[in-house]
Design a binder for this molecule. Structure first.
Ligand code: ADP
Ligand code: MG
Length: 744
């Protein structure tokens, strides 16, 4: 038998390939070799666990690195750790523990080394010597260097492998060069050693990292918080014979079509529709909307939301990566991967700082060694201080900590930021263009009038229109279909349906060509005097669509949409912020005018075809403006892409979400205002963090190099290490303050 290698994706068992590579479905996952006859080999089961849909890995040092597969951090080379559901975070808790443990193991050793250091004894005027003392300090320091300092070298190796020399390279360089210099001084040539300096340096680093892990633990978590929303088990309803039995199963084992019971007060384990029961559900964790939503038979429910007082039987409709939470996690993951442009600046500053650290460090050594009579120990100590203090660690944390907190804060407010760069420029916006239907208005049309021209009844008009609109997703179409349902009409879908974007639709009903759409579409059919035909109706705020059979106008339907109550507030807020507003719509001039006037919108463009929406945005951009486009529909997708910032409102249409940089979970235009405010606050934090992380070096590097030595000021390596760590901690805490900000 010829053995054939098969590769499958651990996340998508249905993906089977003859070659190794990446999974075409999830893109990132490496396909794994199928080793056994049945399913995936044993070690894969770990990945194939029920909750795997939300399984991510992150780097303990670089919280912004989030990967779907285990491996090494591309930034620092450390092993990625799973983001655990139980702890609600990347195992920073574990890392924190690790550093803490090393710190406490190291502390007593350092104490002994320090007490035995001649220099310390001289300073504190005591004497404690015994034969072989230097060997003892050598041994103890060796333990510290090789056990306590081990994580630092591992990370340094990662940096070196990635050719991204940074903090850990410098730290390792400082510790190891100091150590080997001392070993040489002990065994090869007579001279003083640096044992106690090295020992305290490592201790200071451990302390710094321990504290930092604590802080970073608080700064990560948008993903973890979402993952935690999903309860691990669900009450599955199993029919056995004639009885219904409830059996608790892992959430990951649920399949589409399963019925589950959600008791009052419990969390929805998965996405589905209500099969039985009525209850209010708190969906704030997904939509940001705090008012509970009433659910009854047929209502959609989202995994992770909280059921209030009723008991619900839910039929599972989505599993795994299709669920809303999984998709949100994916969007957030993308967001956290996307880098704001300041990140480049920070990276540049960091590599520049690494270079400075090395040159100034070497320069310092040479200067003091050859230019003074202080000797090698003094020169070496200063050089080490310089290298340590110039570690660009705070710089590395400055931006990512802010972006992680920003994405989390945004998600809490029902705002998903897909691209950090969009948020970065949102504060510079001077035009916001909004789509009318569905964005400023509810997009729920109700039929208010039916006009008939000739020998045809209004029921027939609705019937004809419904036959076509049955095929369409357009809000107007839905309004008409709704009306037909209300009238309990029997719907016969039209044949050869074709949608005419921005105008209407056409199709065949009983062999006759029926066209439904706006005035422009009727004019295309060379029908004249259209407006005069509906003169008798009250026009204000209504959208009229027309029905033609074989190019003859036979009727019209008037529909009304409601302006969202929040729209006015949003427009007012924009004006206060000095942002101009424009409204884009494919709808008729009169409706557009009314809506624009009621809301106080600066300008509006009516009867714009989907393709022309893009050119309107371009026009504004050519005037040197930074333009955001807010829209909801498929017909807005192109303009969302064209705008500097595309904002999809009401996470409904997939196409709009794809094209947008920011996705609003609720249908609330005020969230655009929130996003802009968040942008401003985020930017301030980033600037502060950069300034601090880079700025303190201006004073500390010269100080470490011994410039103020004549004034009696020196920066010892261990103090340099503490200061360096402190600056990182300050940067992280400053970012954490963002958590407390309110956006309204
Ligand atoms: P908007 O920009 O307001 O979202 P569209 O560009 O989708 O609107 O549509 C513009 C106009 O075209 C609508 O106001 C309506 O008159 C007409 N129209 C579009 N699709 C349909 C349809 N399926 N049925 C009837 N009229 C339609
Ligand atoms: Mg729209």
């Amino acid at each position: 038998m010829i053995e054939k290698n098969m590769y499958i994706c651990p996340m998508h068992p249905d993906v089977i390939s003859e070659r190794a590579g990446k999974c075409p479905k999830c893109g990132g996952m490496d396909l794994v070799e199928k080793k056994e006859e049945h399913g995936i080999s044993h070690d894969m089961h770990e990945v194939d666990q029920p909750q795997r849909a939300g399984m991510y890995y992150s780097c303990p040092m670089d919280p912004e690195v989030i990967s779907k597969k285990p491996g090494n951090c591309p930034k620092c080379g450390m092993e990625l750790m799973p983001i655990t559901k139980e702890h609600g975070g990347l195992d920073h808790a574990n890392m924190e523990e690790g550093f803490k443990r090393r710190f406490f193991v190291t502390l007593p050793l350092v104490f002994i080394i320090v007490v035995l250091a001649p220099k310390i004894q001289e300073w504190f005027r005591f004497s404690l010597t015994f034969p072989g003392m230097e060997i003892v300090t050598f041994a103890l320091t060796s333990v510290i260097v090789f056990y306590s300092g081990l994580p630092f070298y591992q990370m340094a190796l990662g940096e070196i492998k990635a050719k991204k020399y940074g903090m850990m390279t410098l730290v390792s360089l400082a510790v190891l060069s100091g150590y080997f210099f001392s070993v040489a001084a002990t065994f090869l040539f007579p001279g003083e050693n640096l044992y106690w300096e090295i020992a305290t340096l490592v201790l200071a680093f451990l302390l710094g990292h321990w504290i930092e892990m604590r802080a970073v633990r608080g700064a990560t978590g948008a993903l973890a918080e979402l993952a935690r929303l999903i309860p691990p088990t669900a009450h599955k309803i199993v029919i056995s014979g004639k009885r219904k039995v409830i059996s608790d199963v892992g959430t990951g084992q649920l399949k589409k079509g399963d019925l589950i019971l959600v008791r009052p007060g419990e969390k929805m384990p998965i996405d589905g529709v209500v099969w039985e029961g009525e209850s209010a559900v708190n969906e704030s964790m997904v939509t940001g909307e705090s008012v509970p939503v009433e659910k009854k038979k047929g209502s959609e429910v989202i995994g992770g939301t909280i059921n209030s007082d009723g008991s619900l039987t839910v039929k599972v409709t989505k599993t795994g990566e299709e669920t809303a939470i999984s998709q949100m996690m994916e969007l957030i993951r993308q967001a956290q991967e996307s880098k704001p442009d300041v990140q480049k600046m920070a990276d540049q500053a960091a590599s520049w700082l690494t270079f400075t650290a090395l040159t100034v460090g070497i320069g310092t050594f040479l200067f003091w060694f050859f230019g003074s009579n202080q000797g090698a120990i003094f020169a070496g100590t200063l050089a080490i201080s310089v290298i340590v203090i110039a570690c660009p660690h705070a710089l590395g944390l400055a931006i990512p900590t802010v972006t992680t907190i920003t994405t989390a804060l945004a998600a809490k407010n029902g705002i998903l930021i897909k691209d950090m760069r969009a948020l970065e420029i949102a504060r510079k916006l001077n035009w916001v263009v909004l789509d009318k239907t569905g964005t400023l208005t509810e997009g729920k049309f109700g039929v208010s009038d039916v006009a008939t021209f000739g020998k045809i009844s209004s029921v027939e008009i609705i019937n004809l229109a419904t036959a076509l609109e049955f095929h369409s997703q357009h809000p107007i179409a839905q309004g008409i279909v709704e009306e037909a349902k209300k009238r309990r009409m029997n719907i016969q879908p039209a044949k050869n349906f074709k949608s005419i974007p921005g105008k209407g639709a056409e199709g065949l009903v009983d062999g006759k060509k029926v066209v439904v759409g706006n005035q422009a579409l009727m004019e295309d059919l060379r029908i004249k005097n259209i407006e005069s035909r509906i003169k008798g109706f009250k026009q204000e705020g209504k959208t009229f669509i027309f029905v033609a059979i074989n190019n003859r106008l036979v009727g019209a339907i008037g529909l009304e949409d409601v302006i969202r109550p929040q729209s006015k507030e949003a427009i007012d807020a924009f004006r206060e912020m000095g942002i101009k507003t424009a409204m884009l719509t494919g709808d008729h001039e009169t409706v557009a005018k009314m809506v624009a006037e009621r809301l106080g919108i600066d300008t509006f463009f009516a009867q714009v075809l989907p393709g022309d929406k893009v050119s309107k945005i371009k026009q504004l951009q050519e005037g040197g403006n930074v333009v955001a486009m807010v829209g909801d529909g498929i017909n807005d997708a192109a303009s969302l892409t064209q705008a500097h910032i595309g904002i999809a409102i009401g996470a409904g249409t997939g196409v709009a979400i794809e094209s947008a940089e920011i996705v609003l979970m609720k249908n609330d235009p005020r969230d655009v205002v929130k996003a802009i405010k968040l942008s401003q606050k985020t930017n301030i934090k980033m600037v502060q963090n950069l300034a601090w992380a880079a700025g303190y070096n201006i004073i500390t590097i010269p100080m470490a190099a011994g410039i103020f030595y004549n004034l009696g000021i020196l920066l010892r390596p261990e103090w340099a290490a503490l200061l360096m760590s402190a600056s990182s901690v300050i940067v992280v805490f400053n970012a954490l303050l963002l958590k407390k900000e309110r956006l309204d």
